[in-house]
Design a binder for this molecule. Sequence first.
Ligand SMILES: Cc1cc2nc3c(=O)[nH]c(=O)nc-3n(C[C@H](O)[C@H](O)[C@H](O)COP(=O)(O)O)c2cc1C
Length: 223
Amino acid sequence: MWRHMTGAERILEVLLTRRSVSPRRLEQPGPNPDELDAIIRAGLRAPDHGGLHPWRVIEFRPQNREALAWCFEQEKLRRDPLASPTDLRRAREHATRPPLLLGFVVSPRERSKIPTREQWLSAGAALGNLLSAAHQLGYGAIVLSGERCFDETLARQVGVLPGEYLAGFISMGSIGEAPPQAREVLSQSVWSCWQGWQEEAGQPGRPEQPGQSILPSDRVRGS
Ligand SMILES: Cc1cc2nc3c(=O)[nH]c(=O)nc-3n(C[C@H](O)[C@H](O)[C@H](O)COP(=O)(O)O)c2cc1C
């Protein structure tokens, strides 16, 4: 892919090469406090209607990971009282393994004039910035939710407040083993170009007619 990289692609290389890196491919060290601060500031630069920053992160420091592992284990047992020792070990490892672990919490401001869906989009954009910033600093990162993020007891135990949502846990660390090649998705799969209303001969288009779009196959690069 990069043999044919254009100038524009070269400039966007950090964004174009970001990949999620699973926790088992991560190793110490994770981002240091200054780097974590820069990563969070990158999150705060995401587009944010009303400047509400409707999200926050909870850092789980090494000295509290065993306590978090206990919470994960208990959550697994609530969901599956017959969970095997292997399942419980895996649940604990999700808390103990990542060099740096953050909870990503969406915090919509209920009383704001900004529509809730736009607040969720802002939070998602911030999440993307956090992951891209970690990548830019040379770290691997991934966000994983799993069923545990839907467990109210766990959410309360880690400090998620009523009206907030535990969207996922972000693992970050140095890359011990490179992730597999990303599957390339063509930009055309999410692209279309509105053509306005189709006019019949001599008849101006009517607004209630559905709009016409150029199909991706008609797309001309650079036009
Ligand atoms: C909020 C959120 C939660 C996610 N939770 C999971 C998850 O529980 N399990 C999973 O396999 N992928 C999950 N993903 C997807 C991965 O983080 C990752 O984006 C996906 O594997 C694609 O990899 P890529 O980022 O390299 O394209 C989640 C993504 C988001 C944004």
